[in-house]
Write a protein that binds this ligand. Structure first.
Ligand SMILES: *[C@@H]1O[C@H](CO)[C@@H](O)[C@H](O)[C@H]1NC(C)=O
Ligand SMILES: *[C@@H]1O[C@H](CO)[C@@H](O)[C@H](O)[C@H]1NC(C)=O
Ligand SMILES: *[C@@H]1O[C@H](CO)[C@@H](O)[C@H](O)[C@H]1NC(C)=O
Ligand SMILES: *[C@@H]1O[C@H](CO)[C@@H](O)[C@H](O)[C@H]1NC(C)=O
Length: 384
């Protein structure tokens, strides 16, 4: 009788223990996964700080388009994977070699396809002075009646051939879309350019074309161009945005030709193709990013000139050695090139309205900024 009881007890005890064991395993697995996720999140935070020492924008930027909030573990892991994918080995090793497109150049010609309203007059002056110090040729395009930035393939070929015919080393400067020299069987030049906060840039353009010296200069160069309508001249940016004026309406997918689509700096990096023309579209953004990654030695950032100079001096030393000194000691001291005194301040509310329609432009700007910071970090310079 006793044995029988024990037998039953044992029989029923065994399955009970098994289920407890299963429960225990499940709990510890969950706990492990939780800890692991937390660990990944901590590492993600550390990486964010390393990627963007001065701001924590990058994670939001990178996971925008995902549904979960940034602090949710799974979206954190997703964001980390995205960072790893987009930055590749760069985040872990940061070797200047991998970020140095200058070594791909097959001729010592610097191709600076400057973007209007991104400090390009100042940079042109800097390059002119550096051409005397560092001994290289200086060439720039003439002022055009109509500035055509998108060229037909034949014209791209003519441009690339002309630039390739200069004595080396030389710099060539023109407002033009990214022109892929190797597409025409010509040796790759050294590509450099500069970007700026895209909304600040569009405001700057708006007041630039209304500044008296701009249209007076144009009138002198091309007397038959009519003077602008005073009503148009007096219209301010805020009113233009709030009243839904066509000039200040930024619609996704819209294409504007004529003097070129001055609203988008990414167009200068995307190229001459039709696919580059629609405003704020994913396809054009991806092309622009690819051209920067594959071809550009340095894309500087107007808001961060010191990092820009340091990166230029280290990645393109043949042309930019001494750039920081020349800028701060010679150009910045006396120079007021293109400082538009006719540009009134624009409120943050208005800028925010415009920003909502400039998402791809902003993403492109952030991309260039992050790349510049990676290039700087890779140099592992002592803190200043
Ligand atoms: C922004 O885009 C929306 C359409 O997506 C449009 O209704 C709105 O007018 C645009 N705003 C500005 C300031 O361009
Ligand atoms: C430039 O042209 C070369 C040769 O045709 C090609 O391999 C490369 O992908 C092109 N670059 C871009 C950004 O399209
Ligand atoms: C940039 O460098 C110059 C000269 O070295 C210095 O005067 C200036 O304060 C620096 N600007 C910033 C924002 O660090
Ligand atoms: C990048 O490559 C150029 C050309 O080979 C070289 O002069 C420069 O020192 C390199 N810079 C870095 C940081 O590797």
């Amino acid at each position: 009788m006793r044995n029988m009881e024990n037998f039953f007890k044992r029989r029923f005890n065994v399955p009970k223990r098994t289920s407890e064991l299963i429960a225990l395993v499940a709990i510890s697995t969950t706990l492990f996964l939780f800890l692991h996720t937390r660990d990944l999140n901590t590492r993600l935070k550390e990486m964010e700080v390393r990627l963007h020492p001065d701001e924590l924008l990058s994670s939001n930027q990178l996971i925008s388009g995902d549904s979960g909030p940034a602090h949710h573990p799974s979206s954190g892991v997703r964001a980390m994977m995205k960072i790893l994918q987009s930055a590749g080995e760069v985040t872990t090793t940061l070797q200047p070699f991998q970020l140095n497109n200058t070594r791909k150049a097959m001729q010592e010609v610097l191709f600076f396809n400057r973007v209007p309203k991104v400090g390009s007059q100042t940079f042109m002056e800097l390059l002119r002075r550096l051409s005397m110090i560092n001994k290289f040729g200086f060439h720039q395009d003439r002022v055009q009646r109509v500035e055509t930035i998108r060229l037909a393939p034949e014209d791209q070929a003519v441009l690339a051939a002309m630039v390739s015919s200069y004595d080396t080393p030389s710099v060539y400067i023109k407002h033009v879309c990214f022109t892929n020299f190797s597409e025409f069987g010509l040796p790759e030049p050294i590509y450099v350019n500069l970007v700026r906060d895209p909304v600040e840039r569009v405001i700057s353009w708006y007041y630039y074309v209304r500044a008296p010296w701009y249209y007076v200069e144009r009138k002198i160069a091309f007397p038959d161009i009519p003077l602008p309508d005073p009503k148009w001249l007096k219209k301010d940016f805020e009113t233009c945005v709030l009243s839904g004026d066509r000039e200040c309406r930024y619609m996704k997918g819209e294409t504007r030709e004529g003097i070129g689509d001055h609203r988008r700096q990414s167009m200068f990096f995307c190229g001459h193709e039709e696919a580059c023309t629609p405003f704020n579209t994913e396809g054009a953004l991806q092309r622009a990013k690819r051209a920067v990654e594959q071809h550009y030695s340095v894309v500087g950032v107007l808001e961060d000139l010191n990092s820009t100079f340091t990166v230029l001096e280290n990645y393109v030393p043949r042309f930019f050695k001494g750039a920081k000194d020349v800028y701060w000691n010679e150009i910045n001291q006396y120079n007021t090139i293109n400082r538009n005194l006719f540009k009134p301040p624009v409120s943050e509310e208005i800028k925010d309205i415009v920003r909502k329609n400039f998402t791809k432009e902003i993403e492109f700007y952030q991309f260039c900024k992050q790349r510049l910071h990676n290039q700087l970090a890779a140099l592992k310079l002592p803190e200043q």
